[in-house]
Ligand binder design. Structure first.
Ligand code: FAD
Length: 411
C-alpha cells in the first residue's frame, strides 16, 4: 500500500483543479478518473454545448465538438502530468476514512486527506413510458448523428433552454414542456419571461404549467429529459463514515469538509452550486483548508449564465426573493436597444436589472441580451469588493461597448 498527501476521486473541473493547485503547493497527489478526464463539463456539458451554440449548422457543431473536446482533454492531461500528480485511470472506492481502492487492479492507496469530486448525473423522472427509445438525456442528445425534425424538451431549466435555443436555430421544430409557470427559476422572473417570449418569437413552442403524464402522448422524433441532475454518490462513501443523501449529495460544511475529518467533497457531488466554476473555486478552497492557508473566496457571490441566444446571466437574488426577504432595494434598469454598440451589432434584444441596497451597495444583477454574462461578471467582481453605485459611477467604461449598458443603468 502506498501513501500520499492527497487522494482525489474524479477528474472533472473540481478534481483536476484541486490536483493542479495541490501539486503546485508541493503536495503529492493521486487522482482517480473512471472515464475521460475533464468530467461532465468538458466531455458532455459546458464545452460541447457551447460549441453547438457557436456553430452555424448541426453538422458543423458535431464536427467541431469532437475537435474542441479532444484539444481540451489534452490540456487537462497536460495539467495532470505534473511530477507531483499520479493519474490513475480507474474508478475508486473508499475503503475507510484514509484509504481508497482501485476498482480494477484492487490496489489500495492511503492518504491523510481525500477529496471526493465525483460530480453528478442525469435525474430521470419516472414518467410513464420514460424507457421509450425516443427519450434521451443531454448526453444522448449530443450523440444524435442527425438533426431531429422535431424535438420535445421536458423541463425549462438551464439545460432545457440552452438546447431549445440552439436546436431551434439549427432547424428542428422545438417544443418545451414545463410544469412551472416560468422558465429558468434561478433567473429574475421578469427577465426569464422576456427571454421566453423572445424565444417564442424565434419559433419555439412553450407549454408552461403542463405536467407530462405519459411519454406516449408526446409527438416528437426525440424527447430530451431535462429535469435536472443529481449528485453522484456511491454506497462505499459509508465505509468512511461520511454522511450523504441520494438526492442532496454529500453533507459538507462551509469549507466543503464532510462529516469526517480529512475528507472533503467538492463540486456537483455536494449539491450546493452545480456549476463548473463553483467546483473549481471549491477545489481551491478545500486545498487551502488542507494546507492551512486562508483565502477570501466569496461563495455567496456566484454568478451563472444561460447560453441561449441571446444569453442570460445572473448574480445575487431575484427581485421576487428580495421582496420575500423584506430587503429594501432600488431596481435600476437598462436596455440593449438604447446602447450604440448593441445597435451597431444588430443585437438590440435585452434588458439588465441592477438591485441596489439603501446604502448604495450592489445586491445583484440579472440580465438577458448579447454578452450579458460578461456584464454580470463585472457586477460580481464589484460585489466581491462591496462596491457602491457611487463608486461604479466613477469607473470609466469604454465607448462604444456593451459594458456601457451597465454604466447607463446607474447614471
Ligand atoms: P464532473 O464534471 O461531473 O466530474 C466528475 C468526474 O468524476 C467524472 O469525470 C467521473 O467520471 C468521475 N468519477 C465519478 N465517480 C468516480 C469514481 N468512483 N472513481 C473515479 N472517477 C469517478 N456548468 C457551467 O458552469 N457552465 C455551463 O455552461 C454548463 N453547461 C452544462 C451543460 C450540460 C449539458 C451539463 C450536463 C452540465 C453543464 N454544466 C455547466 C455543469 C457542469 O458540467 C458541472 O457543474 C461540472 O462538470 C461539475 O464538476 P465536478 O468536477 O463536480 O464533476
Amino acid at each position: 500500500m502506498s501513501n500520499v498527501d492527497l487522494i482525489i476521486i474524479g477528474a472533472g473541473p473540481g478534481g483536476y483543479r484541486a490536483a493542479e493547485y495541490a501539486a503546485k503547493q508541493g503536495l503529492q497527489v493521486v487522482i482517480f478518473e473512471g472515464s475521460e478526464v475533464g468530467g461532465t463539463c468538458l466531455n458532455v456539458g459546458c464545452i460541447p454545448t457551447k460549441t453547438y451554440v457557436h456553430s452555424a449548422t448541426f453538422e458543423e457543431a458535431r464536427e467541431r465538438m469532437v475537435a474542441v473536446v479532444a484539444q481540451l482533454r489534452q490540456g487537462v492531461e497536460g495539467i495532470l502530468s505534473h511530477p507531483n500528480i499520479t493519474l490513475v485511470r480507474e474508478r475508486a472506492s473508499l475503503v475507510d476514512n484514509h484509504t481508497v481502492a482501485c476498482s480494477v487492479s484492487g490496489d489500495v492507496i492511503a492518504a491523510k486527506n481525500i477529496i471526493i469530486a465525483t460530480g453528478s448525473e442525469t435525474k430521470w423522472l419516472p414518467i410513464k413510458g420514460f424507457d421509450d427509445p425516443r427519450v434521451v438525456d443531454s448526453t444522448g442528445l449530443l450523440q444524435q448523428e442527425t438533426l431531429p425534425k422535431s424535438l420535445a424538451i421536458i423541463g425549462a431549466g438551464v439545460i432545457g433552454m440552452e438546447f431549445a435555443s440552439v436546436f431551434n436555430r439549427f432547424g428542428s421544430e422545438v417544443t418545451v414542456i414545463e410544469f412551472l409557470k416560468e422558465c429558468l427559476p434561478a433567473l429574475d422572473s421578469d427577465i426569464a419571461k422576456r427571454l421566453r417570449k423572445y424565444l417564442e418569437k424565434q419559433g419555439i413552442t412553450f407549454k408552461m404549467k403542463t405536467a407530462v403524464e405519459n411519454i406516449a402522448d408526446i409527438d416528437a422524433d426525440v424527447i430530451l429529459m431535462a429535469t435536472g441532475r443529481k449528485p453522484r454518490v456511491q454506497a462505499d462513501f459509508a465505509n468512511a463514515g461520511i454522511e450523504y443523501d441520494e438526492r442532496k449529495g454529500v453533507t459538507v460544511d462551509e469549507n466543503f469538509k464532510t462529516t469526517v475529518d480529512g475528507i472533503y467533497a467538492i463540486g456537483d457531488v455536494n449539491g450546493k452550486q452545480m456549476l463548473a466554476h463553483a467546483a473549481e473555486m471549491q477545489a481551491i478552497h478545500a486545498v487551502n483548508q488542507i494546507i492551512g492557508k486562508k483565502d477570501g473566496i466569496r461563495f455567496d457571490i456566484m454568478p451563472a449564465a444561460i447560453f441561449t441566444e441571446p444569453e442570460a446571466a445572473c448574480v445575487g437574488p431575484t427581485e421576487d426573493q428580495l421582496k420575500e426577504q423584506g430587503v429594501a432595494y432600488e431596481c435600476k434598469k437598462s436596455f440593449w436597444r438604447a446602447n450604440g454598440k448593441a445597435l451597431a451589432m444588430n443585437e438590440t434584444e435585452g434588458m439588465l436589472k441592477l438591485f441596489v441596497a439603501d446604502d448604495g451597495r450592489i445586491l445583484g444583477c440579472h440580465a438577458y441580451g448579447a454578452h450579458s454574462a460578461d456584464m454580470v461578471q463585472e457586477v460580481s467582481v464589484l460585489m466581491c469588493r462591496d462596491t457602491t453605485i457611487d463608486q461604479l459611477r466613477d469607473m470609466v467604461h469604454i465607448h462604444p461597448t456593451l459594458g456601457e449598458i451597465l454604466f447607463s443603468a446607474v447614471n
